[in-house]
Ligand binder design. Structure first.
Ligand code: SF4
Ligand code: SF4
Length: 209
């Protein structure tokens, strides 16, 4: 996408998903964009990380504890900021704790210990976290928009915005929103990044359907 947009020579700023789960090849594209004079803003910087304050939806406690291990959110933001070709990052801030995390991320460099923390976190997140790579597009024989539905689930589980997830789910066409993954004997959608598609979509259907 970035090379195609650069070719158009039309944009002053790119808003891109960028976090520690990304393919390392993304870094070279970001550098190329920046050197071409395009500003680069990182979104999805927390990689769907569960925020410390989750108000409207109860995240399973074990998941909350593991994803929010001491310093995980700060390390995640620092990872993004260590790329000197990123102009800014736009995590949402819903309370003073999150503002505090953001200030910490800006005021000290990324460390080797934080690198280890993120590597462990990546392994833990694998079955849950969709990198929105698009490889599964069109694979579900029932026509489910897999990445979109995983994003709706992320709104509820990771951002604490249950209503936003449900609103998006309810905008799906009926023939899609009424599908239940539990009715499939096996899931034919393959995720190269290890997301447990049937289980995660089943969770979205259970929550929002
Ligand atoms: S293939 Fe996996 S990571 Fe890629 S969009 Fe689909 S679910 Fe997400
Ligand atoms: S389990 Fe769900 S995602 Fe997988 S093939 Fe069936 S309906 Fe599609």
């Amino acid at each position: 996408m970035i090379p195609a947009m650069l070719k158009l020579n039309h944009f002053e700023v790119f808003l891109i998903s960028y976090n520690f789960t990304m393919d390392p090849a993304t870094d070279a594209l970001i550098e190329k964009a920046r050197k071409a004079g395009v500003g680069v803003i990182a979104m999805k910087a927390l990689a769907g990380g569960v925020k410390p304050t989750v108000r409207s939806y109860k995240v399973p406690e074990e998941m909350l504890n593991r994803l929010n291990r001491e310093g995980a959110a700060v390390a995640t933001l620092k990872w993004v900021l260590k790329n000197r070709y990123i102009d800014t990052v736009i995590p949402s801030i819903v309370d003073m704790d999150q503002l505090d995390q953001d200030m910490k991320a800006m005021s000290s460099p990324f460390t080797a210990a934080e690198g280890k923390l993120l590597a462990a976190r990546l392994e833990y997140m694998r079955p849950y976290y969709c990198r929105m790579c698009g490889s599964c597009d069109g694979q579900c024989p029932q026509g489910l928009p897999v990445a979109d539905m995983l994003r709706f689930l992320m709104y509820a589980e990771s951002y604490g915005q249950f209503s936003l997830g449900r609103e998006n789910f309810q905008l799906l066409p009926k023939e899609v929103s009424q599908v239940r993954c539990t009715a499939c004997p096996t899931c034919s959608v393959q995720c190269p990044n290890g997301v447990e598609i049937a289980g995660r979509l089943g969770r979205a259907q259970e929550l929002f359907g």
